[in-house]
Structure formats: C-alpha cells, structure tokens
Design a protein around this ligand. Structure first.
Ligand SMILES: [Zn+2]
Length: 149
C-alpha cells in the first residue's frame, strides 16, 4: 500500500548534492525543479522506486513517517522541499485545512461583491450629483440655520 515510503531515507552527501541541484530558492521555499507528479509534488527515482522528494527529505531528517501520517506543506506549495515547511499530520487535518481555505475564499467573495455594490452606489451618487442634484443640495445648506451667516 505505502508506495510513497522511501526504502531507505538515509541520504548520502552525493544524494543531497543530487537533490539540491534540482531545487531553486523562491522566497522561503525550496522549490523542486525536477519531475513533478499530477499533484505538483516533486518526484525522484530513489533506489529503483519513484518517491516524493519532500517526504524523502523529511524522513532523512526525522526518520520514517508513522503509518497513517501524511506530510503537510505549511507554505501550501506542493513542489517545495524545504523541511521547515513540512509538518506531519493526518488526512483529516489536511481536509480541515482545505475546508478552512474554502470558507475563507467564500468570505472573500462575499466581501468583494459587497464592495462592488458599494462602488456602484458611490458611482450612482456621484453621477446624480453631476446631473445638478448637488446644486439643489447646496441651496438647502445656504438656508441651514446652523450654517455660516
Ligand atoms: Zn515552502
């Protein structure tokens, strides 16, 4: 089942050279420039098997990932192999992350449409003013007892 599990996560200096030669520093992220799978994760042929690079790097540093555990990217950047951006978690937590993002996007969409409505209203008000209605508003101000004499 666990095809992703590297047979031996212990990397030699040569392996590390080979890996770092296929990365590019983009901001805080160490982005894999080699082969990627359909999910955007870096893949490498490792001792005859195809494994995910970020997992190989993480297991090299921390040992084998416990069964039922997955590696999550705290930077939301699947090709990133920076071990500091990798955190073990469960599928459930990953799904919750995704759910949070979806909810956040929904809120953002609602805010954008509210802003669009406000802008439309502002535009209509400005247009109405330039059509002479603002002059009528001004004459009211002149007779305002609280206004300047
Ligand atoms: Zn990253």
């Amino acid at each position: 089942m666990n095809d992703d599990r590297p047979p031996s996560p212990v990397l030699t200096d040569k392996d590390i050279d080979r890996l770092t030669g296929k990365t590019e520093q983009v901001g805080e992220c160490t982005v894999w420039t080699g082969m990627r799978d359909k999910d955007g994760y870096g893949r490498i042929s490792w001792r005859g098997r195809s494994v995910r690079v970020h997992r190989l790097v993480w297991e090299h540093l921390h040992g084998p990932l416990p069964a039922g555990t997955i590696l999550r990217h705290t930077c939301d950047n699947p090709p990133c192999v920076n071990p500091e951006h990798l955190q073990p978690g469960t599928h459930k937590e990953n799904a919750e992350d995704r759910e949070r993002t979806t909810v956040m996007l929904r809120h953002l969409d609602a805010r954008v449409s509210r802003l669009e409505q406000e802008m439309k209203l502002m535009r209509e008000t400005l247009l109405a003013k330039s059509n002479g209605k603002a002059v009528r508003g001004l004459s009211v101000n002149v007779t305002d007892p609280w206004g300047p004499p």
